[in-house]
Design a protein around this ligand. Structure first.
Ligand SMILES: Cc1ncc(COP(=O)(O)O)c(C=O)c1O
Length: 442
């Protein structure tokens, strides 16, 4: 497939005149010649302004778990529209959705709705601080919890090899450096380091904020033993365990990562898959903590529990809970991994997959990464080059290798066949380009 992007390019130039980078989110800018605009999405595919069709493994960073424009969810959304939108008052459906969530996720004893993952995690952090009376928090290096100041810190890759803790920088200008001292960073899967941090800052830490499967970092997965250790260390040091399930929730299992690991959070957050793309998120958790909302802790928002999103969430959760959608998603993800592996193995390319079959990270080294810094050991340059060819061949993955490939229930045999054919072409072309560069350099 040779992609024509004429209309996309023309629209990009027009959009630039009114929108910074020509897009509505920095992450949607893929360069002057590769930024695309979606005309529509159906099932497991999206179509751009030039009518190029793509099998989509980004799925909007995860939400479209049943596929785009799922008729069952959209019908429910239309019913939600009839309710009337927002009232700055509650509706009966909130209770029904909360009941469903509590059934699927035992830790979700009480539930509050918000609109985005960021909002839910911000609320979780505030509530954890209020409940414990402490300000500090611990997060895993490489994790992503949304675009709010407290979660936007990183250590540059070129500093990783230095002795001691490398300096931490804000992701963005505009983040006050004075807030930096509240955050403490640990590497995934190192319980000794976690204990050391909790001991050194004992009495100051409100919570450990963690994604057991790092949904923005290849899907690097915590070991079950690490999650058990994290749970008991939190208990020992009087720290709340906040599990961010914005990506894993209602995806890796009906009860999310907590079901997969058999670990119960004190507070947990959900978004993405719960509404199949309609904007809705949840902060949930232990009753004694959640009851502080309204008793000293602020929570709210004009658009929370909007009737359209809430109706979409009710239907989406019912489908995920009562059908075999998640099993089919995992089966497809496993078949995709097997197919890609066979192509890479046939060419002697070392690789491994991380995460969960429903959200897989492809890592170009034999042994799967155990923390963010391992990512440096992957041939991510190979990935980046192959991703560009995949886009040209009608398969949409994130250009950045750290974003896992998301699978939805609408991905079918034809999607798989098309993906593997495109993947084989992408691998071949990338190998050829690499060897061309080597020869030119020799
Ligand atoms: C684990 C996690 N938490 C929070 C967020 C923020 O969610 P949103 O983009 O809906 O604000 C994301 C987004 O990708 C996420 O993956």
């Amino acid at each position: 497939m040779s992609r024509v992007l004429t209309k996309n390019h023309a629209h990009f130039q027009k959009a630039l005149t009114r929108l910074p980078l020509g897009v509505a989110s920095n992450f949607r800018f893929w360069g002057e010649d590769r930024t695309i605009y979606v005309k529509y999405g159906r099932g497991g595919r999206v179509f751009d302004l030039d009518d190029n069709g793509y099998v989509d493994y980004r799925l909007g960073y995860g939400p479209a778990i049943l596929g785009y424009a799922d008729p069952r969810v959209d019908e429910a959304a239309r019913e939600g529209m009839q309710v009337g939108g927002v009232f700055a008052l509650s509706t009966e459906r909130e209770y029904r959705v909360a009941e469903r969530i509590a059934k699927m996720v035992p830790a979700a004893e009480l539930v509050r709705f918000s609109n985005s993952g960021t909002e839910a995690v911000m609320a979780a952090l505030r509530l954890a601080r209020a409940y414990t009376g402490k300000d500090d928090y611990v997060i895993l290096e490489g994790s992503y919890h949304g675009l709010f100041d407290a979660a936007m810190w990183y250590t540059p890759m070129d500093k990783w090899s230095q002795v001691g803790d490398p300096e931490v920088y804000p992701y963005s200008q505009g983040i006050p450096l004075s807030t930096r001292s509240f955050a403490h960073f640990v590497q995934a899967n190192d319980a000794n380091q976690l204990e050391d941090v909790l001991r050194r800052h004992a009495g100051k830490v409100a919570c450990l904020l963690i994604e057991p499967i790092m949904g923005n970092c290849l899907g690097i997965a915590a070991d079950p033993a690490y999650m058990r250790a994290a749970r008991s260390l939190c208990d020992r040091y009087g720290v709340l365990l906040v599990i961010d399930e914005v990506k894993t929730g209602f995806r890796v299992a009906r009860g999310g990562a907590q079901e997969l690991y058999g670990v119960k959070a004190d507070l947990c957050t959900f978004a993405k898959a719960m509404g199949n793309g309609y904007p809705i998120s949840v902060l949930a958790g232990r009753e004694d903590i959640m009851r502080k909302l309204g008793h000293g802790v602020a929570h709210g928002g004009t658009y929370t529990a909007h009737s359209v999103s809430l109706a979409a969430a009710e239907r989406t959760l019912q489908i995920l809970d009562e059908t075999d959608a998640l099993e089919r998603i995992a089966q497809y993800g496993t078949a995709l991994r097997q197919g890609m592996s066979a192509i890479l193995r046939a060419r002697g390319i070392a690789h491994s997959f991380v995460g969960h079959p429903s959200m897989s990270g492809l890592y170009f080294a034999q042994d799967p990464p155990r923390n963010y810094r391992d990512w440096k050991g992957s041939d991510y340059a190979f990935y980046d080059a192959a991703a560009r060819v995949l886009h040209d061949e009608g398969v949409l993955c994130e250009p950045d290798s750290r974003e896992p490939w998301f699978v939805c229930a609408a991905h079918d045999e034809s999607c798989l066949k098309q993906t593997l054919a495109a993947f084989e072409i992408a691998v071949e072309k990338t190998l050829t380009a690499q060897s061309g560069r080597r020869q030119a350099g020799a």
